[in-house]
Design a protein around this ligand. Structure first.
Ligand code: HEM
Length: 145
């Protein structure tokens, strides 16, 4: 019957509108938010530094480095690249790292330690991967060839 078909059509249309409205409101949190904002990035970096101190592959690299300055710089750098409300005003990654001739193994060790730090801070794997994807392009500036 005509009115039944009209009713069915109306139902389908309103369900479609409802679903698309839901899709629009369920916005993914920004990476900055997903990492727990400033406090979250701070905790991750704190844990990262503890991990460096236990890792034979890299701990000697941080001997004599002012770790308070490193922590502040690293937190601001991460905050800035995840579009948080920070401006990183330090030297670029190439200038900072080039004199050290860091290896591929050392880069991987830093990434391992960052993953462990994020695990420790209960950051979901999908968020971890979002941050790692932002850091991956720095490989060419950090590793010596
Ligand atoms: C994902 C790659 C990396 C990123 C995003 C990164 C980021 C940074 C940042 C932002 C700073 C400056 C901190 C400050 O303001 O003092 C820094 C410094 C430093 N990084 Fe990296 N880094 C990376 C890889 C590495 C690797 C593989 C090593 C070797 C183990 C390393 C060792 C150092 C050291 C020793 C410093 C201190 C330099 C100094 O004060 O002279 N980094 N890093």
């Amino acid at each position: 019957m005509m009115w039944q078909r009209l009713f069915k059509g109306w139902c389908v249309l309103s369900m479609t509108l409802l679903l698309s409205a839901c899709a629009n409101t369920a916005k993914e949190p920004s990476l900055y938010e997903a990492l727990g904002q400033q406090a979250g990035i701070d905790k991750i970096t704190h844990q990262l530094i503890l991990n460096f101190a236990r890792d034979e592959r890299v701990k000697h690299r941080f001997k004599g480095v002012n770790m308070q300055k490193f922590k502040a710089g690293f937190v601001t750098y991460v905050c800035a690249i995840v579009e948080g409300p920070c401006q990183y005003k330090g030297d670029d990654m190439k200038t900072i790292h080039s004199g050290y001739r860091f290896t591929n193994t050392e880069f991987n060790a830093v990434v391992d330690n960052l993953i462990l730090a994020m695990e420790r801070c209960a950051i979901p794997v999908s968020t971890q991967n979002r941050l790692l994807a932002k850091l991956a392009p720095s490989y060419d500036d950090v590793v010596y060839r």
